[in-house]
Structures are given as C-alpha cells and as structure tokens.
Design a binder for this molecule. Sequence first.
Ligand SMILES: Cc1cc2nc3c(=O)[nH]c(=O)nc-3n(C[C@H](O)[C@H](O)[C@H](O)COP(=O)(O)OP(=O)(O)OC[C@H]3O[C@@H](n4cnc5c(N)ncnc54)[C@H](O)[C@@H]3O)c2cc1C
Length: 292
Amino acid sequence: MPFPEHLQHLIQNDQPLAQLTWLGIGGPARYFAEPHSREQLIELVQAASKAEIPVRLLGSGSNVLVRESGFDGLVLSLAASSLSTVSVAENQLTAAAGAKLSHAITHAVGEGLGGLEHLAGIPGTVGAAVSGNVSAAGGDIGSLVEQVEVMETDGTIRVIPKEDLQFSYRKSNLSGLLILSVTFALEKNDAIKLTKRLQKFWIVAQNQRPDGEPRLAQPFIDPDGFSADDLIQQSGMGGMRLGNASLTAGKPNYLLAHSGATSDDIVQLLARVREQVSSQSGIDLQLNLQIW
Ligand SMILES: Cc1cc2nc3c(=O)[nH]c(=O)nc-3n(C[C@H](O)[C@H](O)[C@H](O)COP(=O)(O)OP(=O)(O)OC[C@H]3O[C@@H](n4cnc5c(N)ncnc54)[C@H](O)[C@@H]3O)c2cc1C
C-alpha cells in the first residue's frame, strides 16, 4: 500500500464511482478517499505523488463521465465539513473548494453580499466551478474571484492572486491544479433584494432543466456567438437516442442516461452529435463534460 499507515483507514480500494456521479455510470477508482482535514489531504496527495499515482478530485460529479474501466489512480472527495467551509469578511467571501456552489451563493446573499446570484441552480462545488469557470445568464464566476488557493500535485500550496488568474468562457488557467479555496470579491447590498434576485435566477434555471430527470449532464459548451441547443436542434439531433443514452427533445444540450446506459453509449452519441452539427454548420462543438 503506497499510503502511510496512519492514513490507510481513509483509503477505499476499488471504490465504484458511478454512484458519485450524476450520470450514474462508470467503473471504480483504484483508490478513493474522503480526507477529514487539510493535513490529511496534503499527506494523501504527497504520498500519491511519491508513488507516481495520478490524483483527481471529484466534486458533486455533475460534469464527469466515468468510463467502465474506472480510474487507475487516487480519487479524492473534499466533501468533509472542514473542507467545505464558507466564511465572510467585509465584502469578501471565502469558500473551501468542497463547499457546494449553492451554499456559497445563499451564504453570500444572507450576509448582504451580491454578485453570485446569477449562478443559482448550477450544480456542483466551488472548486470545480472556478476550475471550469461556470457561467449562466451572461456572467461567469471568474470575474468575481479575488484569489485562489491551490495545491500542486507534490503537495505544495500557494495562493494565486487575481492578477495571475485567467478566465475565459468555461476555461481557466487552473486546470491541473487542485483548488483548495476561493475568495470572491462581492458587493454589499440589501439581503432582501438579493434574495429576490436569487429566487428569480433559481426559478429560471429550474425551468430550463428537464423535469424529473436525475441522471443528466450538459455535455457541450456554447460556441462563440451560438447556442449549442440551437445548433443541435437545427442538425436534427434533438431527442436522438443511441443505446440507452439520449438528448432531450426540447433542450438537446441535456444528455440523459437511461437505465442500462454505458459510457460507450454516451461517447458514441456525443461523437454523432459533433459530426452532424459540424456537417450542417461547420462548427465543431466542444465538450464541457469531462470524460475520465
Ligand atoms: C443539470 C445541469 C445543469 C448545469 N448547468 C450549468 C450552467 O448553467 N453553467 C455551467 O457553467 N455549468 C453547468 N453545468 C455543469 C456543472 O454543473 C459544472 O461544470 C460544475 O462546476 C461541476 O461541479 P462538480 O462539483 O459537480 O464537478 P465534478 O463533476 O465533480 O468535476 C468536474 C471537474 O472539476 C474537477 N474538480 C473538482 N473539484 C476540483 C477542485 N477542487 N480543484 C480542481 N478541479 C476540481 C474534477 O476533477 C473534474 O475534472 C450543469 C450541469 C448539470 C448536470
């Protein structure tokens, strides 16, 4: 066992990942751990690095498709309460990476700090949201970030200030780094006004999502100046089913995994959509969904 003895009780071997992802598909992680503290997290990452074991972080699993072969490395969850804290000082909110984005937003609003409300309804954790620069209603999360605390794969921790951060549509220069915490610079405002704004965005987000479908993903990003939904619809792929995976008819940039779906069903369906959209419009749709 490549991990120090005092951490071995944290390690689960061959942990199935399907139940930890929204699509509910995929094989096991060779090693899986949910550290209880930042010290344990650092030690686990350092031990994995020393043994040349690749490491990945798993947030809420809303943007990951795991292959049936699983992941031959260490998957870490930051769901423990000490790795999901949210705190406020003046107009800044600091969220540990494992905090749910929804929790960070409601906490900010409750403290009379505005800026994050338009992201209401996006599933997932703060770490993944900032790494992938989530966006909704015309605004991204990156523009609100003041600094990010990251860990290198050898366990070194450093703080990256706003000036050194780069965010573009659904991208950041943080990929490959493990985000530990994020500080947002927000604007003081009336908590009641912000709550109403938050509710409005939340209702819009809920209305856009397919009803009663628990196993879903938003596979593609919108190409510059276009909507992935429209491009897929115009290519005649709305509602398309392949094996046990399908696109919704009305909002075809939602992918559904039906009972018995495999990662191959999904990969093949996404490849078919890209081909079809490309041949109809000349646009190469880019994936948002991370395939492990
Ligand atoms: C119904 C639905 C609606 C959605 N709506 C939107 C939307 O409106 N806008 C939008 O932008 N996205 C949207 N998404 C996509 C998804 O919610 C985001 O990509 C979200 O940030 C994923 O968070 P997660 O915690 O579930 O990440 P996961 O799926 O667990 O992981 C995603 C990636 O982030 C990495 N990661 C996780 N934690 C960290 C960390 N601490 N440091 C570094 N990397 C990390 C993982 O390794 C993985 O590569 C939607 C998805 C669904 C299913």
